[in-house]
Each structure stands twice: as structure tokens, then as C-alpha cells.
Design a protein. Structure first.
Length: 676
């Protein structure tokens, strides 16, 4: 380095440390200045090679001052940037001269492309970029002096803490995998002492890292210390029992059995990476109807995911078949991801803050007392390799920032969302899901129509003179899958010609042009009206009252609140206005249909009375769970409350709004114990 160059060295692994111009730099005026520096250089290291990351000032304000009014946050950012420039004004440039460390304008801030400085995280990432050699891996793990920013925290900024936790988890995983590769390298070359050193380093970083335990057992066995290896297995088994209440994996048990039997070859056998738990491959719904057509769309969506799109939104109106397409794509692509594909249903939610809880439930992940649910789910996903399907996002667009942070902190996770509105995130890819009738011959739409017809009228023959009328119906509904399903259900009551006549005479049957309606209700409102009119005399009243439920409920709850019989629920299910699960005994109403029915309930002037009944039922049920929570059936009571928690939440809010203090008092102790 030429005379006069300003050297800058940053250490973010382990304790935060900065050396500037050969002197420790400890003159930062605030932790926010340190945090801004750490964030900018780390994101620059993770950015594409040669393209330093430019950060929107709004993003930096939200990162460091999440609860501060915008004007004050702007002032704070300007002051912090000034302090950082004062602390590190210049660094070495590419030609041996000096360059400003930071560049900024009115919208963005970034590290200068020409700035030369040493960052342990950047070197760590570069060493592992492409097929690293053992020497490169050894250098990389030597840089890993401890967890990322281990001694640095911003208690007043959960956003920064979430970002740091995500990067910390990603870098720790990379260090463990590098150590695992190094350990295996030495095991295969019969260098057990070096292998033992690297295996023990893995366990210093994460004492539950199972492959490290297996490699340590093999290294000990290679040294002729078989009894020590067997004793280590027993220690590891006890650790798992204490920490996770689980047994070692099949691979670990097999290694133990081999070593115990004196099979020396087990110590030399290459490390067998455990396949993900089978449960991780079964996190998708299993639709009861076959998937019809959509081959062109399947190829296009699959191609977008294969070509690096990590946030793909299937965009379309209600009833266009977004969810069904997403499930089929995920089912076929699950094997491309180490941890498979996971389906998260968001329709029952009313608050974006509850999205982390829904994701956790789909993943079978249980929160602890350490950190917020958002922080914990981001940290958990940071090292996963999976496809996350978020279904029905349109009413939770306030949670789009969580998706953005997830993509930022979890490089192995891809998100496929279904929505009636785009998420409006910079990395978002859009795929418009249209009706089946846009295909040249409409054959797929007809095939779908006939699939549904056979379920309600098995003897119907649509290949004769009825076929042109069926094609006409599919064209009239523009191939929208939900509309096709509804139209096909009418074959039980009407001839295809009668259905086509109804559709042809009433354009508003499928699309409304009323300017006072929200966009999401325009395409299918009339379809719901016609389905409503086909119900028997008890059906409309039952569906209206069922709109008080959130996320569905049991048949018992439905009967208690609405008086609806099982026959009435089955009739609604026949008209595709709700689903009835025979295994769980629960019904569920799609959110858009629920809103439609709720409007009818309010128009009828019955909404308050039904909400009263709904609130009374769930608060009384909550109070009735108290003995179980205090007794032997705690798990059963907790599961029952959790299963209907959206209903409990709605019941509680309504009781507060109506000042039904006695009901709240009776249920409060149960809710308190549930929340512990």
C-alpha cells in the first residue's frame, strides 16, 4: 500500500472492532453510527460482485429509528452520516490515492465503489464463493472468530436486531458447513487429529450440530479411541434428550452401532448427509380434485423460479385458480429444495402482525420466550432451503415488509405468493393468472367443467349435443375456475342451456361495473348472488350467520351460534360456498365469500345479534377450558384454544367493544394461562 494511503480494517465476527489509519477507531459518537457502518459494509459484501449496494434513505431510517417520526428520523440519519464521515472521511483508492468512503445523494447512501478496505465478513464470503479449496476453507474458518456482531446490539431498534440475527444465522451456517467439509477432507485422508480439531470447532459453535458429532466419533475411532467415540455418542444422546427431548438421527444411531460392533470401516465411510425429515416434504395441501390443464402456465411459472426469481406473485382476481396453480407448482418443485415446500394459509388472518405465527404453524416451529415472533421466524428460516407458498396475501399487504426482510435474511428461501394485488416489493416477479378460456380451443375449461359435473350428476353426458352449450358456458365465464365450478354445480338443478341463458342475459352475473365496489369484489359478486339464490330457504340465513366466524369452526360451534344443521352446512358445501372437513368436523368459509355473506347479514340488521351469540359462545368455551388448563388435559385444552384462536380474538374484541365486562372477566384467566 502506498505511503499516505488510509487503511481501514473492520472486524464484525466476534467483538466489533475498527482500525483506521493503523489506529483503533473508538471515537464513534453513538451506537447508531456503528450500526450504520456495520450494515452498509455487510450488505456491500453480500451484494453481487462489483455492484455495491445502494440503500434508500427511507430503508436506513426504518432500520435504525423504526418508531421515530419521519422528519425526526431524517434529521437523525443526516447527523449519523455526518458523524460517520467525520470518523472515516477517506480510504485507499484503486490507484493508490484516496477516495471518500461513502457516497450519497438525496435518495440513497452506499459504500464508494472505489474504496479499498478489509472486512472479515467480505473475505469470508469471497473465500467460499465457488468450489473453495481446503486451504481457502481453512482461511475462511480462521476468520470466524465468533458470531457476527456478538457484542453489539441496538435495544431500541428491533428492525436492526432482526437484520443482524438473520445475517448472524446465515454466516454461522456457512462457517459450520465449511468446517464440516474440512473435517471430512481430513477424515478421508486418514488425518484424524486434524479432523478432530475441526469437528470440535463445529461443536463449539453449535453443540447440537449433529454431523459434527458424527464426524468427531469417526475421528476418535480413526485414532483407535473407539471407547471414547462410543462415550461421546452417549453424551450427545443425553444432550439431545435434555435440550430437545428427541433421539439422535438414524444416521447417528447406525454409526454408533457400527463402531460398537467393531466395524472400523464406519470411521472411514464418507459423511452421509441426512435427508430432510419426511414431514418437511409433506407441508402442502392434498386437493381432492384433479389438477386440470394449466401446462403452459406451469412451464412459465417453473421457468421464472428456476431463473432466479425468489419472490413470485401469482396475480389475479378471486376465483382465477391462483391457489390451485401454486399448490401444483409447489408439489412438483418440492424436491428441488432441501427442506421441500411449505404452504401457509393467510385467509383467516386479519392483522399482518400475525403472519409470523401462521408461518410458524405451517413449519411446526414453536416460539420460545427469546425475541419477538417476527425475529424468531426470520432467524429460523435464515438457513433453510425451501419454497414458501403464502396464500391469499391481498388483505395483508401491510406485511410485505416481512417478506422483503425474509428474502434479505434467508438466501435459500423462495416465496410464491397468491394475491389479488401485487406486494409492490422491488424484487417481486409477477405472473398473471387468467381463466382457462384464454386457451385457443377452450378444451381445458370444458374438461374442468365436466370434472365438477360428474360429481353432482354422474350420468350427465357432455360429449353429445350438450357440448357446444358447455363450451358456451365456459366462454361466458371466461374460463374462471371458481365460476366454472359454480356453473357446473347448477347442472344438478338446471340444464346447460338454462345456465347459458342465465349467463348470457345477465352480464353482471360474473362482473360488476359499479364504481363503489372494491376491485376484489367486482368479478365474482354476481356469481355469489346466483349461488345464493339456488340455496334452500335455510341456506342464506345459515351462510349469513356463519360469516361471524373467523378461520372456520367446528360443526358444534356452528350449530350453537347459528342453529345451522349438518344438512344445511352440507348444502352450502355442495354450492362451494364453504368447505366441510369430515376428518376434523370443521367447516371453513373463504374470506371473500365470508365478506359477501357478512354484507348480507348487516343488510338484514342481524349482525349485532349474531356477533353477540358468537362472542358468548367462544368466551364461555374459553372460561370452560380453565379446569382442563389447570388439570391433566392441558395439551388438549391448549390445542383446542389455538385451533379457534381467530374466533377467540374476534369474540374478545366484540365483547370489549360492547363493554360485556362480565363475559370478559370469566374468560380472562383462561386466556392468561394460554398466553404463558
Amino acid at each position: 500500500m502506498a505511503v499516505g494511503e488510509m487503511k481501514l480494517e473492520l472486524q464484525l465476527f466476534g467483538p466489533f472492532a475498527v482500525v483506521y489509519d493503523d489506529q483503533p477507531l473508538d471515537t464513534f459518537r453513538s451506537n447508531k453510527t456503528r450500526a450504520l457502518l456495520a450494515y452498509l459494509v455487510t450488505e456491500d459484501a453480500f451484494a453481487e460482485k462489483g455492484r455495491p449496494a445502494a440503500h434508500q434513505r427511507e430503508r436506513l431510517m426504518a432500520l435504525l429509528w423504526p418508531r421515530t417520526p419521519q422528519q425526526s428520523a431524517q434529521v437523525n440519519l443526516r447527523q449519523t452520516l455526518y458523524q460517520l464521515r467525520q470518523a472515516i472521511p477517506e480510504v485507499a483508492g484503486p490507484d493508490g490515492g484516496r477516495e471518500p468512503f461513502l457516497l450519497s445523494d438525496r435518495q440513497t447512501v452506499q459504500v464508494n465503489r472505489g474504496a479499498r478496505y478489509h472486512l472479515d465478513v467480505a473475505r469470508f464470503l469471497r473465500l467460499q464463493a465457488k468450489d473453495p479449496s481446503p486451504d481457502e476453507l481453512a482461511e475462511a474458518v480462521s476468520l470466524y472468530r465468533g458470531p457476527f456482531l456478538s457484542d453489539f446490539h441496538l435495544p431500541d431498534s428491533e428492525t436492526f436486531e432482526e437484520w443482524a440475527a438473520g445475517r448472524r444465522a446465515t454466516l454461522q451456517r456457512m462457517a459450520l458447513e465449511a468446517l464440516e467439509t474440512l473435517t471430512e477432507h481430513h477424515l478421508q485422508r486418514a488425518q484424524p487429529v486434524e479432523a478432530e480439531r475441526y469437528a470440535r470447532r463445529q461443536l463449539e459453535i453449535d453443540e447440537l450440530w449433529e454431523s459434527g458429532h458424527r464426524q468427531l466419533m469417526r475421528a476418535l475411532a480413526q485414532q483407535g479411541r473407539r471407547n471414547t467415540a462410543l462415550a461421546h455418542y452417549e453424551e450427545y444422546r443425553a444432550l439431545l434428550a435434555d435440550e430437545l427431548t428427541v433421539e439422535p438421527s438414524v444416521e447417528s444411531e447406525a454409526l454408533y452401532a457400527s463402531l460398537r460392533a467393531g466395524e472400523v470401516g464406519a470411521a472411514l465411510a464418507p459423511l452421509a448427509r441426512a435427508e430432510p425429515d419426511a414431514r418437511e416434504k409433506r407441508r402442502l395441501p392434498s386437493p381432492v380434485t384433479p389438477f386440470v390443464g394449466r401446462q403452459r402456465e406451469m412451464a412459465q411459472v417453473n421457468g421464472m423460479l428456476e431463473n432466479g426469481c425468489r419472490l413470485l406473485t401469482l396475480l389475479g382476481p378471486g376465483g382465477s385458480g391462483k391457489t390451485r396453480l401454486a399448490i401444483e407448482v409447489a408439489r412438483r418443485r418440492a424436491g428441488e429444495y432441501t427442506h421441500g415446500a411449505v404452504f401457509v394459509e393467510l385467509a383467516p388472518l386479519s392483522d399482518p402482525a400475525n403472519i409470523p405465527t401462521a408461518i410458524a404453524a405451517a413449519l411446526d416451529f414453536h416460539f420460545t420466550s427469546a425475541g419477538t415472533p417476527r425475529d424468531q421466524i426470520l432467524n429460523y428460516l435464515a438457513n433453510k432451503d425451501l419454497l414458501l407458498v403464502l396464500d391469499n396475501v391481498e388483505h395483508l399487504l401491510g406485511g410485505a415488509d416481512l417478506v422483503a426482510d425474509l428474502l434479505h435474511t434467508a438466501p435459500g428461501v423462495s416465496v410464491m405468493a397468491t394475491s389479488r394485488a401485487r406486494l409492490n416489493i422491488g424484487s417481486e416477479c409477477l405472473f398473471e393468472v387468467r381463466g382457462l378460456a384464454h386457451l385457443e380451443d377452450g378444451a381445458e375449461a370444458v374438461e374442468m367443467f365436466m370434472e365438477y359435473v360428474r360429481r353432482v350428476r354422474p350420468g350427465f353426458d357432455g360429449d353429445g349435443e350438450e357440448k357446444p352449450v358447455v363450451i358456451q358456458i365456459c366462454r361466458l365465464v371466461e374460463g374462471m375456475p371458481l365460476a366454472i365450478e359454480l356453473a357446473a354445480s347448477w347442472v344438478r338443478y338446471l340444464s346447460p342451456a338454462d345456465i347459458a341463458r342465465e349467463l348470457a342475459e345477465d352480464v353482471d352475473f360474473l362482473e360488476s361495473t359499479r364504481a363503489d365496489l372494491p376491485e376484489r369484489q367486482r368479478s365474482m359478486r354476481a356469481a355469489f348472488d346466483h349461488s345464493w339464490n339456488l340455496l334452500d330457504e335455510d341456506g342464506p340465513e345459515a351462510l349469513m350467520k356463519l360469516s361471524a366466524f373467523r378461520g372456520g369452526a367446528s360443526r358444534r360451534a356452528a350449530k350453537a351460534v347459528t342453529g345451522a344443521s349438518l344438512q344445511a352446512l352440507a348444502a352450502l358445501a355442495d354450492h362451494a360456498l364453504l368447505t366441510l372437513d369430515p376428518d376434523s368436523g370443521r367447516f371453513a368459509v373463504h374470506e371473500l365469500i365470508r365478506q359477501f355473506a357478512l354484507e348480507r347479514l348487516e343488510e338484514a340488521g342481524e349482525a349485532d345479534a349474531v356477533r353477540d351469540a358468537h362472542s358468548d359462545y367462544y368466551l364461555q368455551a374459553l372460561a370452560g377450558r380453565l379446569p382442563d388448563l389447570k388439570g391433566r388435559d392441558q395439551l388438549g385444552a391448549l390445542d383446542a384454544i389455538e385451533r379457534d384462536f381467530e374466533n377467540v380474538r374476534a369474540a374478545w374484541r366484540w365483547a370489549v367493544r360492547q363493554r360485556r365486562w362480565q363475559h370478559l372477566s370469566q374468560a380472562s384467566q383462561t386466556l392468561y394461562l394460554f398466553a404463558l
